[in-house]
Design a binder for this molecule. Structure first.
Ligand code: NAD
Length: 280
């Protein structure tokens, strides 16, 4: 079916047609998100073509990321990689489009954070970072000026971590791990550099407390788990907050949790809907 313009609906462009991007596109196509997906781009054109083949209302595949935001869109959704954020966020905002970022680890690079933050103000545009695969961001936002410490313990199956740059640097053999073992402990900035596709949630936690402290991250490998588990413990003048979430991994990409996809879909749905907004 050709894409017919629906008056009043927000127009969305998608950057990255993998696990998250495809499920966002399907949520738009099936009406769960009241919007129109008009343009898509993936560095791997086959991914874009496969996605278009699954959709009733066919978006246009553009030839490069810059062509996404030069079209008359309201919102660009990034579900690609930190590199895609580094290369495209500024031009998207300069083209006066709002931007939703899934690869939130990119913002822990101070220069990228500053460029994006300044561009939001200069071009009067909004960047959205969904809560992703964790719970408790609403409360942490409220107490951000009273936080003393935030610790994230992430437990994953070895398959969720394979291929991360950490293993090139530290020569840890994942197949030799037979029981739950902490393989990394450090700041969120180090975690997103060494595990760029695995711990975006630590970036979100750090960004909430930006300026006061850095989130401490522990990564535990458990060959017997089927879940991506995040335990967050925060404390400060406000009291103490502990949340635990046991996430089911996405069936197409074990690095990505089902909740991260649902969180993105809910954020976009809320942006596209005039309604009572619940939560902080
Ligand atoms: N915020 C969160 O809680 C959270 C949770 C899970 C994943 N993520 C992040 O979201 C992003 C997407 O995750 P996914 O599970 O869909 O990954 P995926 O690997 O399934 O899909 C990513 C897609 O983006 C494409 N891509 C990569 N770099 C690109 C670029 N520079 N330009 C255009 N296309 C590019 C790839 O070809 C691929 O099709 C990743 O960066 C991931 O780390 C965030």
């Amino acid at each position: 079916m050709l894409l017919l313009e629906k008056i009043g609906m927000k127009r969305i462009g998608l950057l990255g047609c993998g696990s998250i991007g495809s499920q966002i596109a399907i949520a738009i196509d099936t009406g769960k998100i009241p919007a129109q997906l008009t343009h898509i781009y993936d560095v791997d054109k086959k991914k874009s073509e496969l996605l278009v083949s699954k959709l009733q209302q066919k978006p246009e595949i553009v030839e490069n990321a810059h062509l996404l935001s030069s079209n008359p869109l309201d919102l660009v959704v990034e579900a690609a990689s930190q590199e895609a954020v580094n290369d495209n966020a500024l031009s998207i905002l300069q083209n006066r489009k709002d931007l939703l970022i899934m690869s939130s680890g990119a913002l822990l690079d101070e220069s990228i954070f500053e460029i994006i933050s300044d561009a939001c103000k200069e071009f009067k545009k909004t960047v959205y970072l969904p809560s992703g695969a964790i719970s408790g961001i609403d409360a942490l936002k409220s107490v951000k000026n009273e936080l003393d410490s935030v610790v994230l313990i992430t437990t994953k199956h070895p398959d969720s971590l394979r291929g991360a740059p950490f293993f090139e640097q530290f020569k840890q053999n994942l197949d030799e791990i037979k029981e739950p073992s902490t393989i990394f402990e450090g700041t969120a900035s180090e975690a997103v550099r060494l595990f760029p596709k695995n711990v975006n949630v630590s970036a979100l936690l750090s960004l909430v407390g930006l300026g006061s402290h850095e989130t401490i991250v522990k990564i535990v490998v458990d060959p017997n788990t089927t879940k991506n588990t995040h335990v967050i413990t925060s404390s400060g003048k406000f009291g103490k907050l502990t949340t635990t979430i046991e996430n089911v991994p996405d069936e197409n990409n074990p690095r990505t949790s089902r909740l991260a996809i649902l969180s993105a879909i809910e954020t976009i749905r809320s942006i596209c809907t005039d309604e009572i907004k619940i939560g902080t």
